[in-house]
Ligand binder design. Sequence first.
Ligand SMILES: NC(=O)c1ccc[n+]([C@@H]2O[C@H](COP(=O)([O-])OP(=O)(O)OC[C@H]3O[C@@H](n4cnc5c(N)ncnc54)[C@H](OP(=O)(O)O)[C@@H]3O)[C@@H](O)[C@H]2O)c1
Length: 324
Amino acid sequence: MVAAVRVHKHGGPEVLTYEQVEVGAPGPGQVKIKQHAAGLNFIDTYFRSGLYKAPSMPFISGNEGSGEVTAVGEGVTDLKAGDRVGYVLPLGCYAEERLAPADRLVKLPANITGEQAAAMMLKGMTVSYLVKRTFVVKKGHNVLIHAAAGGVGLIACQWANHIGANVIGTVGSKDKAELAKANGCHHTILYREENWVERVSEITKGEKCEVVYDGVGNDTFPGSLDCIKPLGMFVSYGSASGPIKAFDINLLQFKGSLFATRPTLNTYAAKRADLIAIANDLFEVVGSGAVTIPVNQKYALKDARKAHEDLEGRKTTGASILVP
Ligand SMILES: NC(=O)c1ccc[n+]([C@@H]2O[C@H](COP(=O)([O-])OP(=O)(O)OC[C@H]3O[C@@H](n4cnc5c(N)ncnc54)[C@H](OP(=O)(O)O)[C@@H]3O)[C@@H](O)[C@H]2O)c1
């Protein structure tokens, strides 16, 4: 038996239950992993609350992690006991040990620590596809990133800065503004106090942005559309404040023939070749030092409830991990 955090019924952070679970031997195509750490992500709260449907109940929380392979099942040829791996998997990461499909695991380069991997496989690969595939950020672009001091946000600020974009970030407090600035954000806006749409216009001298990356959702819509240049791109990649409600698609016409997309890492990394390419792009920028992965909160696995309370209470910055 090993320790894990399970959800037996949907609800608030209090439904996260620390308990013992059985982990069997790996089946065909699977490996067994002793986990180094699990990453904390907003998507974990969506599964916990029931906004996203888990395939079965009860389920073990957590969608990001890293660890060491301890056993391989039938048919697994490219992994062996002792290999270090990182992963984004639908659930099962808040646990000391787990089984995982070998074809969704990524071998970690020697220069990426287990802690870094647990903190970045989901958040960093998300930024990887957002800035290189969903919308190709280029030198000189004006880029608006909401919740710039968050887990995805701090990585996105550094990566867009590294490419040479003019990075504008919205944040919930002055401390978060300083942190975002220290991580490559050129201009910060306190979006709970300031008229952020007007501020974006001022900062860009009326030009607005080529792209807006919006993981906040309900509270920043439709304002985000007013920050985008004609023919620019609205990338709605998350719903930290709740999902955007149904809207009239003609809005995109009136705001300047805008493009809008609601992408997910699952779609972009569905094929193994894409998963590896997206991960390699991330390993490259982290390995070169262009992007660092700030692990600003570490929780014991048994304190998952506190971790969710802090994440939903806007108390965390950068990445957080849960350590068994
Ligand atoms: N589509 C994908 O592939 C994908 C993959 C990974 C993550 N995501 C999305 O990316 C977003 C960020 O995820 P993350 O795990 O890195 O979280 P995070 O940004 O570390 O935390 C969420 C942040 O959102 C801001 N926020 C604004 N309104 C909020 C509200 N009502 N309640 C709570 N927070 C609010 C807060 O920052 P301030 O205090 O600065 O406002 C908070 O710190 C989420 O929407 C997540 O679903 C999407």
